[in-house]
Design a protein around this ligand. Sequence first.
Ligand code: DC
Length: 227
Amino acid sequence: MAPKSKKKRPPVIAVDGPAASGKGTIARALAKHFALPFMDTGLLYRAVALNLWRWGGDPGDEFEALRACGELGFDLADPELRSEPVSVIASRISAYPSVRAALLDRQQEFARQPGGAVLDGRDIGTVIAPEAEVKLFVTASPEVRAVRRLKELEQRGMHAHYDDVLADIHARDDRDSTREAAPLRPAADAIVLDTSDLDVDAAIAEAVRLTEERLAKSWRTNRTNLG
Ligand code: DC
């Protein structure tokens, strides 16, 4: 049998959480800090949604949504990926088990690459990479997330009302966490990071601290197991 290496393996870091919790910003910052490749898995669901929208397909029809997974070429810089209609369609089609299954391999291949990875989404710690060394579940109150989303929309030159944005956040949370296929929930071994009272820098600093702490623990456990 080949001798087991005691070298530190580049880690997999799973970052899950609801919309506008700060998970994307935190995941990107962790990828930079630990020099790991990064995947925003929400973009895959958004790409399917955008395909479907452009074809005039029905988001209420699972078969049509699955067809929209077929040719998944997409331009990450396409501003339509972040538009409100696409966000709403993405939330709807992500409830379909066949759509989730169609996007699974791509995400798992990314998570299993030898150089480690950071992925952000809703089910990274529970379904895509349950073996991840670090699992963060980033959250914030719906009210704080609504204010953040409103600012984001304003920066993109779009106007919206706080009450509408808050209602949309509640609706999306409800859809994402009550669906049967891979609902949004923290993995049993996830660290919950509430960013409601933290600004961006403080949230990133806390995420880095928690990740380093968890990695040190995981490396200690590996060393003990390897004898
Ligand atoms: O993270 P986001 O807002 O870009 O995600 C868009 C939608 O995709 C969101 O409503 C939930 C869904 N999603 C998912 O179900 N699983 C993931 N791993 C990532 C996103």
